[in-house]
Design a protein around this ligand. Sequence first.
Ligand code: FES
Length: 505
Amino acid sequence: MSDRVELTLEPLGRSIALAPGTPLRSVLHEYGVEFPCGGRGRCRGCRVRQIGGSMPIGPEDADLLTPAELEAGWRLACRASVDRDLTLDVGQWRTVILADHSEFDFEPREGLGVVVDLGTTTLVAQLLDLRSARVLAVRTAVNPQTVHGSDVMSRIQLSVQGGEHRALVEELRRGVGRMLTKLMATARLEEPRLETVVLTGNTVMHHLFCGIDLEPLAGAPFETPALGERRFRARELGWQLPGDPVVIFLPCLGGFVGSDILCGILATKMHESATLFLLCDLGTNGEIVLGNRERMICVSTAAGPAFEGGRISMGMRATTGAIHEVTAGEGGLHCRVLGDVEPRGLCGSGLVDAVAAGLELGWIEPSGRLELGRSLPLAPPVELSQGDIRQLQLAKAAIATGLQVLRARFALAEDASLPTYLAGAFGNYVSRTSARRIGLLTGPEEAIHPAGNTALLGAKIALFSSEADAGFAELRRRIEHLPLAADPEFEDAYVGALAFPVNVA
Ligand code: FES
């Protein structure tokens, strides 16, 4: 047996020499393949397609994949290793990542700065000229920790129960450092001098990057005392960057409300606004803030992974092959698929659309019961199951309840209309009509606005802000964090929010 085998990834045209028996999982996460259940063989989210060589069918493949998928070469990457030369199609994993090119006010300075949106699944970095705020280079990468699972709970578990905290900290710092080195190389500057790197992210990413114990976030009441900003020199983190810049991780607002929401407030200027409005980041963990310059209250609500295609029978992220749009029309449902390929699964926006269309056609009852039986065919082989509808009900009820509790705190009438800004990728792509139809959002459609990557824009504002030197202490004092688990109205409101509206005007 040869001591090297070759793994080829198409359409990247990338060949990698590996020792025989190398687990695919250890190689593919860098190329965007995700491992939503952390490689336990339970979710089918890591499936890849072999187009050259052969991979045996294991028991988990046979359990989780259909005979047609097995026949077409699909296998679970988390259960496979590279034993002989192999070619895989990883084109399906190209994800659209939201960067930011908005204009904003700034005080020019000398040198260069970097901002990083450190997401649970993806990392985005931009290099800026501090004299002009011009973006000189952008780089994206997969969070190296997706290999352990796609949500923050898998990282908390591994850190606290698995005793892997230090290893996770090092892994994350190394991953970000690698991306920044590539970012600097992309810009090809003659004598670069990096002054500051500003990072933003949720509370778990903050704690992991800064090396803070995650134990307080592992159980109720999910409060942590270490929310503040942290500063390092690049060299301390093991990064060789020109100028040895100061690295700042912006402060969090609460147990599960990170600096990404602080950045959202900066980006939307909520803290200066006379008008009351909502800012929502709809993800596995929904983070919502309602306020204006007088008062701001933020909450986080555990929506689960449905908006990202998680725990959905044929769910996937919004990558090539995902049904991302479903409309009800003549002759039933019409589906649009990302990329010029056969449908492979259903992403969050497609799921919301599919259920909204099912409600419109009367195929799904307001209780969530699927009238047609066990599943609703979308575009072969993709179907919507009764379980998928239940998962969406749980997710939308969590968000709708968070919104309801916040409105109650401001004593707003039930029909009071509020401008609503949606941050993040799902918020930018979800249909406003469908979001209203399923009761995820309320109010007139024209009051709901996609707000782009507010985390990245806010990080850029922070990069130039003198308030950053004081860790945004003044602004943070003005933002109240409301732990929903302790709110007496939450439980009742949540149960009431599970049903879909009968109809929407
Ligand atoms: S089945 Fe492979 S990561 Fe879940």
